[in-house]
Design a protein around this ligand. Structure first.
Ligand code: FRU
Length: 523
């Protein structure tokens, strides 16, 4: 009897152990398949930042603090199209891999949370933190829907919030809004930075067709000190997302200030784009004698980009939203919508007496580029085409150097999608053609024509052409970021070949042509 009891107990115990094992195996399997399917939807970028799900637009609050790079962003957590704006949040230790964080800022009675910036209040000028634990302060635009719907003009005001735990939780300032509105319909996108010339905080604000500059001792009380741009630069659309920072002119001791202004519409290749001005800032006023309109990126998908505050070594790091208001709401993705550009380092050159803003991927990115592909020196005879095989995963870096100035590159797949890039040195231009690159009909104005970029100051010697290809984007850097085009693409299958056509009467040499795989950053 006793034996039977022991036997039954042992049997029951074995059953429990077995069934536990089954559930553990099952949940392990689920875990693994969840991991394998994580971030693998069609067109999901593998090494560009995208929100886990739902809508994203502008990067906001780019700031480095205590070893962490913060990326906040315009986010609507209930839909894949634009709606009531929140600030989404992600962090990175290396500017390559990102960790998603809970939503940082929610709309409140003052309105939705539009674009803005963040600073570290080192000297505790706001009184929100202490000198030992300085507050992270976010400065953003409130957009009051009821005001807009009522046809008023004063529905955009500026507010602030602070965090004492490096961005994990946020408290809105009870004195919000810190800047009201006297009836300017588009009055937004505060970029704040510490102004060493005046020992004050400086805020850049766009007001429809121009920039306003405001100064403050404590981030709470602001006074307007100047304005810029009513009759300078491109005015095909409303001014948005300003930024202003000093850069040393390469190879000299001179320092110039660069002002970024996004405009929508009115970009040279249609819709949204980012212009820049090179000039001087005396602590209150920005002046620029620049005559022609200059653009940071001539592709169609780099908008609302701004730079980091407080970076180690004062490195000027830029991130843009890789989309265009012409069709941002219509791109063919389901779970999430839109991505950021890779982080880029900004620098300034003076070429042929012209200032040029250079933007080029951060070297930190090299950590995920598998530099083990063979380098090929490819010679192409006049009017001939040579074709090379690609790794066929649309997740790679393709690069070469050349003195050639007349050639065509085509990325192709087996079902007829083709993406074209033509360098026309004799005309000083480069043409980008995504009209037959895959899905394009989701929006009438996605692929209406080719895009042109002027490349007037290309040097005569060898230049590097570098392309970063991800599942639904291509970033093209000519001569290490002297000329840049960023574009979304939706090929129906991975590109399998690169065709190189020599359009000149001389033989064409592409030196050190390689395609390196780029690792995915999500696990
Ligand atoms: C730029 C922009 C900003 C605004 C935000 C709203 O893309 O229009 O001017 O603050 O998006 O989401």
């Amino acid at each position: 009897m006793k034996n039977k009891l022991i036997y039954n107990l042992l049997f029951a115990f074995a059953l429990i152990v077995l069934s536990c094992k089954e559930t553990t195996d099952e949940s392990l399997k689920n875990d693994i398949s969840k991991k394998e399917s994580y971030y693998t939807e069609a067109y999901r970028p593998q090494y560009h930042f995208t929100p886990d799900e739902k809508w994203m637009n502008d990067p906001n609050g780019l700031v480095y603090h205590k070893g962490v790079y913060h990326l906040f962003y315009q986010h609507y957590p209930d839909s894949t199209v634009w709606g009531p704006m929140h600030w989404g949040h992600a962090t990175s230790k290396d500017m390559v891999r990102w960790e998603h964080k809970p939503i940082a800022l929610y709309p409140d009675e003052n309105g939705l949370i539009f674009s803005g910036s963040a600073v570290v209040d080192m000297d505790n000028s706001s009184g929100f933190g202490t000198k030992e634990n300085p507050a992270l302060v976010a400065i953003f635009t409130y957009h009051l829907m009821s005001g807009e719907k009522a046809g008023r003009k004063d529905f955009q005001t500026q507010g602030i919030a602070y965090s004492l735990d490096n961005g994990d939780s946020w408290t809105k300032y009870e004195g919000n809004p810190v800047i009201g509105n006297d009836g300017i319909k588009d009055f937004r996108d505060p970029k704040v930075f510490w102004n060493e010339k005046e020992s004050v905080w400086t805020m850049l604000l766009v007001a429809g067709d121009h920039l306003q500059i405001w100064n403050s001792p404590n981030l709470k009380e602001w006074e307007q000190v100047s304005e810029f741009g009513k009759d300078q630069g491109a005015h095909g659309g409303v001014w948005e997302c300003p930024d202003l920072f000093p850069l040393q002119v390469e190879g000299t001791d001179a320092v110039k200030w660069v002002l970024l202004i996004s405009i929508n519409p009115g970009a040279p290749n249609g819709g949204s784009g980012t212009q820049y001005f090179v000039g001087d800032f005396d602590g209150k006023t920005f002046t620029s004698y620049q005559k022609e309109n200059k653009w940071l990126d001539l592709g169609r998908d780099n908008y609302a980009g701004v730079t980091y505050n407080n970076t180690p070594n004062n490195e000027r790091i830029f991130i843009g939203w890789m989309s265009n208001w012409d069709y941002a709401r219509d791109t063919p993705t389901e779970k999430w919508r839109s991505a950021m550009t890779v982080p880029r380092k900004l620098s300034l050159q003076k070429n042929n007496d012209v200032y040029e803003l250079i933007n080029y991927p951060l070297t930190a990115m090299d950590a995920i580029i598998e530099k083990n592909a063979k380098e090929l020196d490819l010679a192409v005879a006049p009017n001939q085409t040579k074709t090379i095989e690609l790794v066929k995963n649309n997740q790679s870096e393709i690069s070469f150097s050349t003195t050639g100035r007349e050639f065509q590159l085509s990325l192709k797949n087996s079902i007829g999608d083709s993406l074209g890039i033509v360098l026309k040195g004799s005309e000083g231009s480069l043409v980008f053609d995504r009209t037959a690159s895959g899905l394009t009909a989701f929006a009438g104005n996605f692929a209406t024509g080719v895009q042109t970029m002027f490349v007037p100051n290309l040097p005569k010697d060898e230049v590097e052409i570098r392309m970063l290809l991800d599942k639904s984007s291509i970033e093209l850097f000519v001569n290490k970021g002297q000329y840049v085009m960023t574009n979304q693409i939706f090929p129906r299958d991975a590109f399998t070949t690169l065709a190189v056509k020599n359009l000149s009467k001389d033989s064409l040499l592409l030196n050190r042509l390689t395609e390196n795989r780029v690792q995915r950053i999500w696990d």
